[in-house]
Design a protein around this ligand. Structure first.
Ligand SMILES: Nc1ncnc2c1ncn2[C@@H]1O[C@H](COP(=O)(O)OP(=O)(O)O)[C@@H](O)[C@H]1O
Ligand SMILES: [Mg+2]
Length: 257
């Protein structure tokens, strides 16, 4: 019988209390076929601890959205490892992956991606119904109230403003209580003021629920609201860019020494 009281050899767990919830190593992915093939991800490494927020910046076409698709389990890597919450996605069948995604990953897109012939309430209930939740509609209502849309339950997407549609998309992403929230340019289609409201809501819910957030944005100021910023360039992740405060501290330290 193993001696469970033996503290003499520290295990990986006891030395590293926060296990990464996202762990990508040497991820490669080529998309398209024939002449239009593009080697989009060229050996990406990314480790994100549980509850951390990471902003992803980089030029258009550098592979940011594709990276999110891989983290979201919507695209499989050609090679390399994608381990989410300790689960190696490579070992999952398509059905297992879909179930895992439904439970653990919430996704918000720039263009909302709501189902046009469903009301706000029905849109938010979709992932809950797919997961077999018997209280799907009641929970969906709670989520809509939580994003300030209690008065828009029976509205269709075309009857709502961009900001409202993004709130619905957000409520839908949050409804299954995912561990990981990924957002691809969530303010890209919104005016500045609405964008700020959506961003504030995003960070508020992330903190409230202790979710891990990966946020793609071309807006540097928004990215820097995250605890960490990484820069993608031509399918590779550059050395993590440090936040200005960390840079200032490092400069001071250098001055002192
Ligand atoms: N399905 C696809 N087939 C071929 N090339 C693709 C496909 N999807 C994306 N790409 C290419 O991959 C590159 C990265 O795309 P993307 O991840 O959308 O970049 P970003 O989000 O940083 O703008 C682009 O050059 C794009 O044209
Ligand atoms: Mg993109």
């Amino acid at each position: 019988m193993p001696n469970t009281n033996d503290h003499s050899t520290p295990t990986l767990q006891s030395t590293n209390a926060s296990t990464p919830v996202i762990n990508l190593s040497q991820v490669h992915l080529t998309l398209g076929s024939g002449a239009s093939q593009v080697h989009v991800l060229k050996g990406m490494d990314l480790v994100v601890e549980s509850g951390q927020s990471v902003g992803v910046v980089g030029p258009s076409g550098s592979g940011k959205s594709t990276l999110l698709m891989v983290i979201g389990g919507l695209e499989r890597a050609d090679s390399g490892k994608v381990i989410l919450d300790g689960h190696d996605l490579e070992n999952m069948s398509e059905d297992e992956l879909a179930t895992f995604r439904g439970r653990n990953i919430g996704i918000v897109f720039q263009s909302f991606h709501l189902i046009p012939n469903m009301t706000a309430l029905e849109n938010v209930a979709v992932p809950l119904e797919l997961a077999g939740d018997e209280n799907a509609l009641a929970k969906a209502e709670q989520e809509l109230v939580a994003v300030g849309l209690g008065e828009r339950l029976t509205h269709y997407p075309t009857e709502m403003s961009g900001g409202e549609q993004q709130r619905v998309a957000f409520a839908r992403a949050l409804a299954p209580n995912p561990k990981i929230l990924i957002a691809d340019e969530p303010t890209g289609n919104l005016d500045e003021e609405t964008g700020i409201q959506i961003t504030d809501l995003l960070f508020e819910k992330q903190r409230e629920r202790g979710m891990t957030l990966v946020l793609v944005t071309h807006d540097r100021t928004l990215a820097e609201k995250c605890q960490r910023v990484v820069r993608v360039h031509s399918g590779e992740i550059e050395q993590p860019a440090r936040k200005p405060v960390a840079r200032k501290r490092a400069a001071k330290k250098q001055k002192r020494s």
